[in-house]
Design a protein around this ligand. Sequence first.
Ligand code: GCU
Ligand code: CA
Length: 725
Amino acid sequence: MTLIARRSPRRWGPLVAAALFASAVAGPAVPGSAAVEEDTTQTGLQTAAADVTNADGLETLVSDYETRVPTEYTADSWAPFAEALTTATDVVEADSASESEVAEAKTELQTAAADLELLQSTFATITNNTFWRDTAGDPIYSQGGGVFKFGDTYYWYGVHYRGAESYLANPTQKYDNQVTFVSIPVYSSQDLVNWKFENNVATTSTSLGSLGGTMGNAGWIGRLGVAYNENTGKYVLPVQMWHPTQDHGVLFLQGNSPTGAFTFGNFQKQVVNSPTTGTGDQTVFTDEDGQDYLIFSNREGRSRAFVSKLRASDSLMAEPAVEIGRNGDGREGNAMFKLDGKYYMSASDLHGWNTSVNYVIESTQGRVQGDYTDYYTMPGTQMDYSHVTQTGFFVTVKGTVRDTVIYAGDRWADFAWNGIGYNQWVPITKEGTGIRFHSMSQWQFNATTGEFRVAPGNNYILNPDIQADRIIVSNVVGWTRTGSSGVTNVNGGANGSRFALQVSNGAGVRQQIQVPAGTYTLGLYTKGSGRVTVAGADGKAYTLNVPSSSGWAKRELTGIALSAGTATVTVTGGSGNLVADQFSLVRQGGADPGSATRYEAEGSGATCTGAIDGNHSGYSGTGFCNGDNTDSAYAEFTVQATAAGTATLNLRYANGGTTGRPGDLIVNGTRVETTPFGSTGAWNTWTTQTVTVQLRAGANTVRWDPTTANGLPNIDYLDVAQASG
Ligand code: GCU
Ligand code: CA
């Protein structure tokens, strides 16, 4: 392997970016000119690069790829990449490079980068039912978009709506119609789990070009994707727009780099063969050969599903559409993926961001615009309405071991208060001759090999929060009535959630799920009295008798030994009604609980921003940490690990307040998740919260930063168990 001589990366400072901006107004910026040569920091690049030329887009790409380290990749994949990088560098440095030379260098560099093979790969954890944050700890506001791979990097584009901020700040009410457009953010990731905020590629001040005005004047912006055009070397972003004076249509923006500013390209009111202007819902699908398509339904009724090629010359228009599916009821959230040579177009029920099963049609001749089957229900989406989501988009990962499609579900629901978190991602795999949706609350994914596994914190119960139906029903989805009546969902769930399950005296429901062998803990919130039974495939049953309470109380049953196979959870009402919510059935696994090391909150290795109290019984050691009620009152533990690797954290806490007291979990300075710390009903009712983290050998800091002014719950101890082997 020959290592190419690499020049030191040239970076743009704010001064240079300002100069580029000025020259973009006066005429094209000349890369390699004296002004651009200035070597300062990269600060200001992404926000100030308002209208750079395509050559500057290539320069951005080159300076990004110059950060790759050869020792991390196979020699075979590094050689062509190094060559493409040299060529691209030469094009950047040649002042006279033509537009087509720039486009070619971009395409070649990205193609070689896409083929880079990492020597080592790791699993990263995806935790659903939480509000996701980026690598800087800021909330990810990205709805109705898509993830696209350019080179070796995944880019996630979507819309930031104002209502998303309201819902995150207070998720105990609805925020209907708060879809005011804020921006189109882009995040980047190598593992599809850790996302770095890059830029807002479009904002309310992005010009609508010849249409006049800006994107801030539009009445609706949503449902977008990004395609790379090999001919122009530009990235094209089609987005649905409704504009009070321009009608419905598809707005095409374009940019020179995946993360730079996108500017007006075209506005297409109607795609030929579609019966109406605009689109119903739409996404962008990129085939394995690089051809990009707009996938959409017709705007009114949404009964017809279309595939439309983006035109080859510049991708700024959708060619005449081909109808591939039809259903009288209407289908929305239309999105496509390809698995094992077959195309699948999936959609949800037509009822305004409601959750539903996924309806899918599949190609019968392996042609994207060819014949498709009728709609059928995707297996695995029935019991919890696709993990309580509407179809968002799909990410197809071609791994070294297997191909896996990630279903990126959309639980924004117009901010309609049907669960925590906007993005619920789960894997879809081939199963026999069909496909299967694997509903999991927590799982681990290896973006290199394409493999996934259930994460230790997974809740095996489906529709555990009774949020899937969204209307009052007498057959709660996922929960089968054991009798003919006496079951309903009711308004007013635990911890400010919208719904709970109600079973009247003697009536009951049952859920059957597949579990691996292990010892499990059942948790739930209850009002009234009754019982919950968990029986394993071997028939051995464990019963939690729920004593009567008038307010919500957290209940727990530990030590449930289940054999592998079908487990049955039965909920039965006692005298009066039993109201139950926030069920969890979590395996006490991933690590041997016996080998856990306990760190008491009052111990010397811990920091408590508050007082060590002893006034609420049931704690271990000599007291617990009662943190101050402010958002700065963190709790921190110094934890020793014998080797680097996975560890299971069990934090014991009590929260006698009525709402959750979420805290950001920060391990060695990096945020892992927001732990919800739901109410336990009373200050002397203790429970444990389980999280899986990566620790390094030696000392580690594990810290929870409260995200609200209520501070953290009372904290008793942290148990740390390292995974064996
Ligand atoms: C009560 C309770 C404390 C708790 C506090 C809180 O005062 O006794 O233990 O920490 O509420 O709301 O944080
Ligand atoms: Ca407190």
